[in-house]
Write a protein that binds this ligand. Structure first.
Ligand code: SAH
Length: 261
């Protein structure tokens, strides 16, 4: 049984949205907590698992709309722990992947508050499951790269396209919707073929999940026209193509028609 002492903090991965993808440990922690701070991306079905008597506080950030800045969140967590709460900080996906876990661990440690991580299913894994693909593929996709295409407000996207344009890798782009044009242009300029397979997965693991297949040169149009308001992951690489041909999901899923053939 996981220890959860009063005055301590767990950063808990809530997974991609489907409550069935929550780990048993995460479930136990949110049921033992006295206070839960949660992000905007935490699924409603997961929040339903938090018992009614536990205080549930949104501290969510969606791009462009910061309801609480990182400093304030850190302060709230530390104050709650110092007041003797058992604090769960519930984060979408896995806390250690583009989840600001380091900042929150740092403020806790600086304040002498014990803090631990409970991992979660990350969006790339849920997206791969959604399209019925393997992210790695013997001989074709030997590497898997997680990258965020989110630029700070007012700054341009500063990514090393030469490093990312790897024909032997699957690239999972988080927060890439707004930068889909730059991702496409950057990777093609660095040498990836325009017909490299791409999948867009919106609301992975949820009932509202939508899948789109396209190719790298058509990604900007696809992202603009096909995606809605939900969080979306962009998968790039040859492993995606194999899934498209053999997974059998295509007949039941929408697909961007223009694949150039
Ligand atoms: N820690 C999270 C990622 C946070 S960054 C994780 O491990 O998954 C937020 C980005 O994750 C979103 O912009 C989107 O690109 C991706 N994302 C999160 N949930 C998603 C979902 N259900 N479907 C598709 N993409 C998702």
């Amino acid at each position: 049984m996981t220890e959860f002492e009063p005055g301590s903090v767990w950063l808990v991965g809530a997974g991609p949205g489907d409550p069935d993808l929550l780990t048993r440990k995460a479930e136990r922690l949110i049921q033992t907590a006295t206070l839960v701070f949660y992000d905007a991306l935490v699924g409603a079905g997961v929040l339903d698992l938090v018992p009614r008597h536990i205080r549930l506080v949104p501290v969510g950030k969606r791009s462009g709309r910061h309801s609480r800045d990182q400093k304030t969140i850190g302060k709230l967590i530390v104050e709650a722990a110092r007041a003797g709460d058992r604090v769960v900080r519930l984060k979408g996906g896995d806390p250690s992947i583009f989840g600001r876990a380091a900042e929150e661990m740092e403020v806790c440690r600086a304040a002498g508050v014990p803090v631990r991580i409970c991992p979660g299913v990350t969006a790339a894994s849920a997206a791969a499951a959604g399209i019925g693909a393997s992210l790695t593929l013997r001989g074709l996709a030997r590497r898997l790269t997680f990258v965020t295409a989110h630029a700070r407000a007012g700054e341009t996207l500063d990514l090393n396209w030469e490093k990312l344009a790897d024909p032997q890798a699957t690239l999972a782009v988080y927060m890439g919707k707004a930068a889909a044009g730059e991702v496409s242009v950057g990777l093609i300029a660095a040498g990836l073929p325009g017909d490299t397979p791409v999948a867009l997965v919106e609301n992975a693991s949820l009932a509202t999940q939508r899948l789109f297949y396209t190719r790298l040169d058509l990604l900007p149009i696809a992202a603009r026209t096909a995606l809605g308001d939900g969080p979306a992951l962009i998968l790039v690489g040859e492993a995606i193509e194999v899934s498209r041909e053999f997974s059998g999901t295509l007949t039941t899923q929408e697909s961007i028609a223009a694949r150039g053939n």
